[in-house]
Design a binder for this molecule. Structure first.
Ligand code: C2E
Ligand code: CA
Ligand code: CA
Length: 421
């Protein structure tokens, strides 16, 4: 790959900016593919007229712009000016579209090749999208974050093979009796140099690389093994495993084989997020039916954080609804949330689903949820996710205290309501 042509080095620097149209997908749907991509070519022509533009090329997704920026000039301001010049209403076949552009840019290092510069500009554009900003410029810290992502990415396959992963278990508790109803398996990566890494840092990576299938198989096998260890200790508990959204719609994943294995060996349930259904609803529904037919219980995770309605979810073979912790943690203080949670519980019951509240982290939330008739409770106030040995101790000792904790709040709440008149 060739080096980026350097302009006169003392006075100018080379910047690569990738420019995309905000809501481009919606535009394509409205005016058609040809007109929308044609607009990118028009934009490229306009950019090419700007004084500091050295080249501008439109393709199917964005316009690739090389700029010569005077040393010392404020790059952000230059790009802002460019965005303003290009934005505004535009007429496409009689349809007026409010054009607004988004840019990711990177300033070329000395001797940097095009692939590297392009990669940095593309990652900046991704960051602009994520943060919903119009402009993002590559920063040195982005590269260290990118490098550590790469290290994690490469290490993940070994982690799965070499048993560096661990499962922690968070109890789900019956709201009425306080007894432990089930356990949720939550994966952690015990990295040899980085220490314990939480799932939010590597599940997304595993989804990107395709390692998520192997990871999930590992989680299910370990959960089944731990379940039989628990049974030997006298604790018969279903275990719920999180299934990544991308897997649900995966046509190549051997769901049939996995189901057979899981259904025969253990009492395992799956938690899936509602967003899983959006990518490929037909395929997802097919796979969910295979899973449910094998006798595996399905729960909708993080309910309320997406956009699907209960009426839509009712079509799925789902028996449990987990209300997202955002709504639960605001329950005691919020104005609208208690009503929202109560009506969700009532509706879910009408649809014959059990309701779990996750993120129960205060006695107030716990008491309210009991009064609202929520079936299952889960959260730091009851128990954090625990490694296997501590889980056993919890089940033998703290579990009893949890029952105590559950029966008192209603009494406390009543007392408070009476005091409040
Ligand atoms: P999730 O399924 O929504 O899991 C609940 C997360 O909330 C857990 O974080 C848990 O520790 C945390 N949590 C529990 N109670 C409370 C509370 O009272 N307050 C607050 N603030 N947080 C609470 P964790 O273990 O870091 O997991 C994060 C996410 O990673 C999970 O969210 C799940 O989406 C994903 N995940 C974890 N294990 C797996 C896995 O084996 N496979 C897949 N695909 N995803 C997993
Ligand atoms: Ca979950
Ligand atoms: Ca959740």
């Amino acid at each position: 790959m060739s080096s980026v042509p350097a302009p006169s080095p003392e006075s100018e620097r080379t910047v690569l900016a990738l420019l995309e149209i905000v809501r481009f997908e919606a535009l394509k749907r409205t005016v058609g593919y040809a007109a929308a991509t044609g607009l990118l070519l028009v934009l490229a022509e306009r950019v090419a007229q700007l004084p500091n533009c050295r080249s501008a090329r439109g393709d199917r997704h964005y316009v690739e712009v090389t700029l010569a920026c005077p040393q010392g000039a404020d790059l952000h301001r230059e790009l802002e000016t460019m965005a303003r010049t290009l934005g505004g209403p535009i007429d496409i076949d009689g349809y007026e579209f409010g054009l607004s552009v988004r840019m990711g840019a990177a300033e070329a290092h000395e001797d940097e090749d095009m692939a590297s510069l392009f990669g940095r500009a593309e990652r900046s554009l991704a960051r602009a999208n994520e943060q919903r900003k119009n402009i993002a410029i590559a920063r040195p810290e982005d590269e260290s974050a990118f490098a550590s992502r790469l290290v994690l990415m490469r290490g993940l396959q070994h982690a799965i093979q070499d048993d560096q992963l661990e499962l922690h278990y968070q109890p789900k508790i019956f709201a009425r009796s306080g007894k432990t109803a089930a356990l949720e398996a939550l994966v952690r990566w015990n990295h040899p140099t980085e220490g314990m890494i939480p799932p939010d840092r590597f599940i997304g990576l595993a989804e990107e690389t395709g390692d998520i299938n192997k990871l999930t198989e590992w989680v299910i096998r370990r959960a089944i093994a731990d379940q039989s260890r628990l049974l030997k200790l006298g604790h018969k508990l279903p275990i719920d495993v999180n299934i990544s959204g991308v897997m649900i719609a995966d046509p190549d994943f051997a769901w049939d084989t996995l189901m057979l294995f899981t259904a025969v060996q253990g009492e395992i349930g799956f938690e899936i997020t509602e967003t899983a259904m959006i990518a490929d609803p037909v395929r997802a529904l097919e796979n969910l039916r295979t899973i449910a037919d094998a006798g595996i219980k399905l729960a909708i995770d993080d309910y309320g954080s997406g956009f699907s309605s209960l009426a839509y979810l009712q079509q799925l073979p789902v028996s449990e609804l987990k209300i997202d912790k955002i709504f639960i943690s605001r329950l005691a203080s919020g104005q609208r949330d208690p009503l929202l949670v109560r009506s969700t519980i009532e509706l879910a019951h009408a649809l014959e689903m059990k309701v779990t509240a996750e993120g129960v982290d205060s006695p107030e939330a716990l008491a309210l949820l009991q009064v609202m008739g929520c079936d299952l409770l889960q959260g730091f106030h009851l128990s954090r996710p625990l490694p296997f040995d501590r889980l056993v101790t919890y089940l033998e000792t703290e579990g009893l205290r949890a029952e105590e904790r559950l029966t008192n709040p209603i009494r406390d709440l009543r007392a408070r309501l009476v005091r409040a008149g």
